[in-house]
Design a binder for this molecule. Structure first.
Ligand code: WT7
Length: 633
């Protein structure tokens, strides 16, 4: 595939991609393997919305990730598995070995009656079998829905039920640091309420004693006995659904973001190669979990599409100590390292002694993803991890965009700390003013929209196209609305400032305020709640909940926190609960979060106009109860 190798080449490619988008993407698509060529490159309208890329064509993502490389790269390592416990064994799978495992598992799924278009839920730790399961689904045309293995039983069940998954793939348990997470127990609790699940496949990761439900539960290793390793990748329509990935919106119910085959493949393949300026033989390490879109696009699919070597790390940044990331970089001589600002800030707080004795000289490119990176963290990362000679690519994108949209091209785009810089070829970002018009000048701030399709964009929300339209294509007619605010400097560089909707970003995890409120409200003593984000030194944003209760009770705050942990997952646990007598509401009953956000931030000097409130007195009371609370740790 063609790689951009100078800033002039980027400018030229960008201009070309805007002047002749179809020709541009045709050129990229030709670099992949197709079983049937496409008839039209792009058909679209943002009103319905309806977006089709490479319609009429047939291809297979798994084939392009694996089979295509076998003639030249059979013995090259595809996946390096680094276990949670550094004393346990590293596993390496070559492209040939990965091919065999994926073919076998594809046959397992077929033998269990999984057909094209069926949904398969994957609730797995960060082990190669998670990747094998995803690739096997793509190979047979089943739609995978990976659920992050930090989600609770209730969240898992909701996601399985929303897309009526037929099979659930999981593991007995996983260690994260020194904590054992009994995944199969969580699964058993979830499956009590999931009528669509016919079978549960369990990968034996830790040899834990687990409960086996006869006829339903099957061990991964037993299924592999006597299974053929011959499997032909299923030719898939370009627009055939590839995967569903649930993400949070402003209401309680998570959204099943749907991606389709060819456009997603081409987009992540192209962006991986170019953003990271990947060179043959390099070792790429993305620390994201396969349960998030970064894990899909830049841990598995992007690297494999380019025949790269990708690291899968089962552990956490601070186990056995805060030097673990640097141990792994040293041990595997990592060339490209891609992580989240929250991890950088957490490690920064641990001091620089953790770098002592670690050889980081293999590093060539660093990446950041998931939330705005503040300038201080950027500088620390650049100096201590990159020894001031590795470019940092601050990559802005979303679950819905499939791949990176705004980012420097490593080594090519001149950097500016805390700026995601310029759009990638094919991407047409615009800023909108308060009246819904495009802002044409620079040095401005506005709501970030994209005005032309790119191949990796989401096509719908599973089972709810109307919600898809409403959420992304209704605020601004004929634009995709990202939900983010951004600033554009005098050179046209973008800095993403954060969400402008009711979504908060905690440690790079997107959480809907409505989702947390729904969870809090299930507690018997809770009458009503309102959740807002506040600036947090390490997590980026923390969660603050204002809660109205029936009767005071000891330890209620703790109980409410636990309720959220139980219903959504530990990562969504509020940092602070403030019990209040009332919430600031307008006469029409809408909660004025703007006021609560200011109180949570500790910025109570000017709460703005409170005259539209039903009961302005309640604000005085909330302010008193909140104290002068400052965000942070
Ligand atoms: C939201 C999307 C992109 C994969 C991981 C998160 C925020 C993401 C950046 C960045 C500033 C960023 C945005 C976006 N975000 N990357 N480089 N700079 N903000 O995916 O869970 O879908 O969240 O993450 O607010 O809308 P996600």
């Amino acid at each position: 595939m063609q790689q951009i190798n100078s800033f002039e080449a980027y400018i030229k490619a960008y201009q070309n991609s805007i002047d002749n988008p179809e020709q541009f993407w045709d050129g990229v698509a030709h670099q992949f393997h197709w079983t049937k060529p496409w008839e039209t490159t792009l058909e679209w309208n943002f009103t319905e919305p309806s977006i089709k890329w490479f319609a009429g064509g047939e291809t297979n993502l798994c084939y392009n990730c694996i089979d295509r490389h076998l003639p030249t790269k059979a013995n090259q390592t595809a996946i390096i598995f680094e276990p949670n416990n550094p004393d346990e064994e590293v596993r390496k799978l070559t492209y040939q070995e990965l091919y065999i495992e994926v073919c076998k598992f594809a046959n397992v799924l077929k033998s269990l009656g999984v057909n094209k278009g069926d949904r398969v839920c994957i609730y797995m730790p960060m082990v190669p079998e998670g990747a094998i399961a995803m690739l096997a689904c793509a190979r047979i045309g089943a739609i995978h829905s990976v659920v992050f293995a930090g989600f609770s039983a209730t969240s898992l069940a909701d996601r399985i039920n929303d897309s009526e998954c037929k099979i659930l793939i999981t593991a007995d348990a996983v260690y994260r640091g020194d904590k054992l997470v009994a995944l199969k127990n969580i699964v058993d609790e979830a499956l009590a309420n999931c009528p669509s699940i016919k079978n549960c496949i369990i990968y034996n990761n830790r040899n834990e004693n687990i409960n086996i439900v006869p006829n339903r539960d099957l061990w991964w290793h037993n299924l592999l006995v006597h299974i053929s390793a011959e499997n032909t990748a299923e030719p898939m329509d370009s627009e055939a659904p590839l995967f569903i990935l649930y993400t949070s919106g402003s209401t309680g119910k998570p959204k099943g973001v749907l991606h389709t085959t060819a456009g997603y493949m081409i987009y992540v393949g192209y962006t991986f190669l170019n953003v990271f300026n990947y060179q043959p033989q390099e070792i790429f390490w993305c620390t994201a979990d396969i349960g998030w879109v970064t894990g899909h696009s830049y841990l598995i699919y992007g690297p494999l599409l380019n025949g790269a070597t990708t690291i899968m790390f089962e552990g956490v940044p601070n186990y056995p100590n805060a030097g673990r990331f640097w141990d792994v970089v040293d041990k595997h001589q990592v060339n490209i390292f891609y992580t989240a600002p929250t991890a950088i800030r957490a490690l920064e707080a641990q001091g620089t002694q953790w770098f002592e004795g670690k050889d980081l000289s293999s590093l060539r490119v660093l990446g950041s993803v998931g939330e705005p990176i503040n300038e201080e963290a950027w500088q620390w990362y650049h100096k201590n991890v990159g020894h001031s000679n590795c470019p940092i690519v601050d990559t802005w994108w979303q679950t819905e965009t499939g791949g990176i949209l705004i980012s420097p091209i490593a080594g090519i785009t001149p950097l500016k700390p805390a700026f995601a810089t310029l759009p990638l070829p094919g991407v047409q970002p615009v800023l909108m003013d308060a009246n819904g018009n495009e802002i044409t000048e620079n040095d401005v701030e506005g709501n970030l929209c994209i005005k032309f399709p790119w191949p990796g964009m989401s096509r719908t929300l599973y089972g709810d196209h109307e919600r898809f339209r409403q959420t992304y294509y209704n605020t601004y007619k004929n634009y995709y609305f990202t939900g983010d605010g951004a600033r554009r400097d005098h050179k046209g560089y973008y800095r993403i400032t954060g969400r402008v909707d009711d979504v908060i970003n905690v440690s790079g995890h997107r959480i809907g305020t409505g989702e947390v409120e729904d969870a809090i409200n299930t507690h018997a003593s809770v009458v009503e709640s309102a959740v807002v984000g506040f600036p947090h030194d390490i997590k980026g944003q923390g969660i603050c909940a204002f809660v109205i209760i029936t009767t005071p009770q000891e330890n209620l705050e703790q109980e409410i926190k636990e309720t959220v942990s139980k219903i959504i997952g530990p990562f969504a646990k509020p940092d602070r609960i403030i019990i209040v007598p009332g919430l600031p509401k307008t006469r029409s009953g809408k909660i004025m979060r703007r006021i609560l956000r200011k109180i949570a931030e500790g910025d109570i000097s000017n709460l703005g106009d409170v005259s539209t409130l039903l009961d302005p007195g309640v604000v005085v009371e909330i302010r008193r109860l909140a104290g002068v609370f400052r965000g942070g740790i």
